[in-house]
Design a protein around this ligand. Structure first.
Ligand SMILES: Cc1cc2nc3c(=O)[nH]c(=O)nc-3n(C[C@H](O)[C@H](O)[C@H](O)COP(=O)(O)OP(=O)(O)OC[C@H]3O[C@@H](n4cnc5c(N)ncnc54)[C@H](O)[C@@H]3O)c2cc1C
Length: 264
C-alpha cells in the first residue's frame, strides 16, 4: 500500500475582491488583508483528492505537510477532514523571506524526515504567488522524477499511470515510484469533508516541526538561502474608459456606434 505525502499551502482566499489585496511596496511584502479569510490553496485540495482516490482504490497512508505561519487550524486541517491520515506543520522564523527554492528545500527536508514515501503530490501552482516551481524543486532535491501537470493518477500493477495535461489534450505516462506529481484542476472537484471527518480532524494532534527538527542547513533557509530577488512588488493600476453611445432607439444607437468606429 502506497505511502503518500501531499504538500498543501494556506493562502489568502484568491476569490476575495482584488481591492482587498494590499502590498507594502517599500518592504516588497504582501500585507495581511483585513477581512479576507484563509483557505487551502485550491490546487492543493485537488492534490489531496488525487491521493484520496488512490487510497480509496488501493489503501495506503496520506501525510500532509504545510509550511507557513499564522496557521488557522480549522482551515489547514481540511485535508484531514477530507480523509488524510496525518498532518505536520512547518513553522519557524528561519523560514521567513522564503522563495521557491528555500520553500522546496524545507519541504524536501521534512519529507526526508517523514521517511518512506512512494508518491508525493503537490498542486500545479499555489493560487497566491502562482510560481509553479516548488513541486519540481522538491523532486530535484530528493533526486526523484516529477510529472506536471496531472489530470488523473492511478496505480496500475505497482506503477503509476498519469494523464498529463498538454495544450491540445493530455498524454499518458507510466512511471515507477518514488515519484512527485503536481496536480491540476482538470482532476475534478475535491470531495467535501463529511461531519465525521471534520470532528475527527478537530481532535487530531498536529505536530509542528521547526528548522532544527528537519535537520535543515540554516544557510539554505528563508531570506538568506533565497535565490530569487524581488525587485519590485506592486498592484498594477487598471484604467478603463466607458462611453455610452446614445440614440433615438437601439437601431439609431447602432448606427451612431458604427459611425464612431469608422471615425476612429
Ligand atoms: C514562510 C514564507 C515566507 C515567505 N516570505 C516571502 C517574502 O518575504 N517575500 C516574497 O516575495 N515571498 C515570500 N514568500 C512567498 C514565496 O516566495 C513563494 O511561496 C514561493 O516562491 C513559492 O511560490 P508559490 O507559493 O507560488 O508556490 P508554487 O511553486 O506555485 O507551489 C506549487 C505547489 O507546491 C506546494 N507548496 C508551495 N508552497 C508550499 C508551502 N508553503 N507549504 C506546503 N506546500 C507548498 C503546493 O503543493 C503548491 O501547489 C514566502 C513564503 C513562505 C512559505
Amino acid at each position: 500500500m502506497p505511502n503518500m505525502i501531499v504538500c498543501v499551502k494556506q493562502i489568502a482566499d484568491p476569490e476575495a475582491p482584488p481591492g482587498s489585496f494590499k502590498v507594502d511596496e517599500a518592504a516588497k511584502q504582501v500585507l495581511p488583508a483585513a477581512g479576507v479569510s484563509q483557505v487551502v490553496s485550491p490546487f492543493d485540495e485537488q492534490a489531496v483528492e488525487a491521493a484520496l482516490r488512490i487510497k480509496d482504490a488501493q489503501g495506503g497512508k496520506i501525510t500532509v505537510l504545510s509550511l507557513g505561519k499564522n496557521f488557522v487550524m480549522d482551515v489547514i486541517k481540511k485535508p484531514l477532514s477530507m480523509g488524510a491520515d496525518e498532518m505536520i506543520l512547518l513553522q519557524d522564523p528561519a523560514f521567513e523571506g522564503s522563495d521557491s527554492h528555500t520553500t522546496a528545500y524545507a519541504l524536501a527536508m521534512a519529507i526526508k524526515k517523514v521517511g518512506e514515501y512512494d508518491l508525493i503530490f503537490c498542486g500545479r501552482q499555489a493560487a497566491d504567488w502562482d510560481a509553479g516551481q516548488v513541486g519540481s524543486g522538491i523532486a530535484e532535491i530528493l533526486g526523484i522524477p516529477a510529472i506536471t501537470p496531472a489530470k488523473n493518477v492511478e496505480l496500475v500493477n505497482g506503477n503509476v499511470k498519469v494523464e498529463r495535461v498538454v495544450t491540445d489534450g493530455y498524454e499518458v505516462i507510466e512511471a515507477s515510484t518514488p515519484l512527485l506529481i503536481m496536480v491540476s484542476n482538470e482532476l475534478g472537484e475535491p470531495r467535501y469533508p463529511k461531519l465525521k471527518g471534520i470532528m475527527a480532524a478537530a481532535k487530531k494532534e498536529v505536530p509542528t516541526w521547526n528548522a532544527q527538527d528537519i535537520g535543515a542547513d540554516a544557510a539554505k533557509l528563508g531570506a538568506g538561502g533565497a535565490r530569487a530577488k524581488v525587485h519590485k512588488l506592486f498592484i498594477p493600476v487598471k484604467e478603463g474608459k466607458c462611453e455610452i453611445i446614445e440614440g433615438e432607439n437601439p437601431e439609431d444607437a447602432a448606427v451612431n456606434l458604427a459611425l464612431k468606429l469608422r471615425e476612429r
